[in-house]
Design a protein around this ligand. Structure first.
Ligand SMILES: [Cu+2]
Length: 392
């Protein structure tokens, strides 16, 4: 609201100034003033200096933004092994853009000043200059080719995983739906059972093929637990529309497309507890909590409960605008130590067995009441890649 008021005041001031200059012009009528529309040397000189002033304005704004809003390093503390490669690429691109912008803006404004209009001076016209065109084509071409090659190298490194690295990997399915995520683990046998959206029924909300022996011990979780230092292969599916599994701290993102399985793989390099202790994270959390504490004062004053302090957690977010609650489509990711992960798995398996028994009982009861209904009608192509998981 304050911003709006300030904007209105600025606009009104500008209008007032404009009207004042008009009145000033009217007072000059009759005096010996040059009213011609052709720019004089003095006009050009003023415009030339204004070019320099504008350059100064750009530089000052840049410095101001860097000091007050730039949080260096722009990206830090990636929590996956490939993360530093992505950060490097980003940093190199940003530094390059910054250098080119700074130099070209200086040149542009300097030459606009230097060749400002002067009486008797005529612009030199030439159709082309091969040498000049060669220079301004070849330099960007080489720089961009280098950047693209480095990008391709990083991309192949991240997206194509060696066979031997996947042997020991954990395969987890990420199931996207409007508007939440669910993770499916392979269970004791280490193999994810088949699944298809057409099998979704009752408690089977992931569409797991319950007749598949591999699916018998699969279990789902609303919280994504992964162990540090072990390669995780994510298999993404979507139930309804296009979603995108985005795990910013791990520098990972992959679209979830209905009807197909997409994949992304990474190795977590920091546990949740380690990430919380990083100096940059400690500072960030302290900032957030300072803002929350300030807001809480107003809330408490108006009789509402105060905000809880924020504690950092890794998140899986949706990065495709998939509907009204897209903004809140998220799942907590917990990176455990390998020991904690094993403990968590054990607990989950026990819960999964109980849920499975309940589901089987429910299905049996339903089958009894609807005899004659063709339960083998589902014959769609199975879309889930069945993968081997090693479990220790
Ligand atoms: Cu979504």
């Amino acid at each position: 609201m304050t911003t709006l008021m300030v904007l209105i005041v600025v606009v009104l001031l500008a209008i007032a100034l404009w009207q004042l200059t008009k009145i000033f012009d009217l007072t000059q009528v009759g005096r010996n003033v040059d009213n011609s529309q052709v720019a004089t040397d003095n006009d050009n000189k003023v415009n030339g200096y204004l070019m320099f002033a504008f350059l100064g304005f750009i530089y000052l704004t840049t410095i101001y933004c860097l000091v007050y809003y730039g949080h260096f390093p722009l990206m830090s503390d990636s929590a996956s092994e490939h993360g530093p490669q992505v950060d490097n690429l980003m940093m190199i691109s940003m530094v390059l853009i910054f250098a080119v912008q700074t130099i070209t803006q200086a040149l542009l404004h300097y030459f606009a000043f230097k060749y400002r209009g002067k009486k008797g001076q005529k612009a030199l016209y030439f159709a082309d200059n091969n040498k000049l065109e060669f220079i301004w084509t070849i330099i960007p071409a080489i720089v961009l080719a280098g950047l693209i090659l480095y990008g391709l190298y990083a991309w192949t490194n991240i997206m194509f995983v060696d066979e031997k690295d996947t042997e020991d990997a954990i395969v987890i399915e990420l199931y996207a739906q409007q508007f939440n995520w669910e993770a499916r683990y392979a269970g004791e046998d280490g193999v994810l059972g088949k699944a298809n959206v057409r099998y979704i029924e009752g408690v089977n909300n992931l569409g797991v093929d319950l007749s598949d022996p591999n699916a018998q011990d699969d279990f789902a979780s609303k919280e994504l637990h992964i162990p540090k230092g072990k390669r995780i292969i994510f298999k993404m599916r979507s139930q309804d529309v296009l979603h995108s599994a985005y795990m910013p701290h791990f520098r990972a993102q992959m679209n979830c497309v209905p009807g197909m399985v997409t994949s992304f793989s990474f190795t977590p390099s920091l546990t949740t507890a380690e990430m919380r202790e990083k100096p940059a994270m400690v500072e960030k959390v302290a900032n957030i909590n300072a803002i929350r504490a300030k807001k809480s004062i107003d809330l408490v004053a108006s009789g509402q409960p105060a905000l809880d302090p924020y504690i950092f957690d890794f998140l899986l977010l949706c990065n495709k605008i998939c509907g009204t609650s897209h903004y809140n489509m998220q799942m907590k990711i917990v990176v455990d130590t390998p020991e904690d992960y094993k403990k968590w798995l054990k607990d989950q398996k026990a819960i999964a067995m109980a849920v499975k028994t309940a589901a089987e009982e429910a299905k049996a009861a339903e089958n009894n009441s609807t005899t004659g209904k063709d339960s083998t009608a589902v014959n769609g192509n199975d879309t889930t890649v069945v993968a081997k998981v090693e479990m220790k």
